[in-house]
Ligand binder design. Structure first.
Ligand SMILES: [Zn+2]
Ligand SMILES: [Zn+2]
Length: 119
């Protein structure tokens, strides 16, 4: 592969527009994140910023979901305990306890998944 400008051997391609670049073209000498021009570097930085903002928003909504799942889980388990005292019907108790368990587990699972991706 040859450099588009200098006809010497390319050391990489612009990560934004895909043009071949030689050692002279790559401004900072960085090897993994080559960009052919200021424009490409700026556009790339903006893209990444938008992407990370999108990811942050997504993670935030996952966290809110996880919180509500946990809340439902806690309420359902509380419901199972209340039913145990005030309305001792085995079906109601097991139903509430089962729902509570499922909600809690999915809440915790989502929370952990969001934490894992937030790093
Ligand atoms: Zn470029
Ligand atoms: Zn060049």
């Amino acid at each position: 592969m040859k450099c588009a400008v200098h006809h010497s051997e390319a050391v990489g391609v612009c990560v934004y527009c895909g043009r071949a670049l030689c050692a002279v073209c790559s401004p900072s000498g960085a090897t993994q994140r080559l960009t052919c021009s200021e424009n490409c570097a700026t556009a790339l930085a903006q893209n990444e910023k938008a992407l990370s903002m999108l990811l942050q928003k997504h993670l935030q909504s996952v966290r809110i979901n996880a919180f509500f799942y946990l809340l439902c889980g806690v309420l359902s388990i509380a419901g199972a305990f209340c039913a145990n005292y005030y309305l001792p019907s085995p079906f109601l108790i097991w139903f509430c306890a089962g729902c509570g368990l499922i909600f809690s587990v999915s809440g915790i699972w989502q929370w952990l998944a969001a934490r894992e991706r937030g790093r």
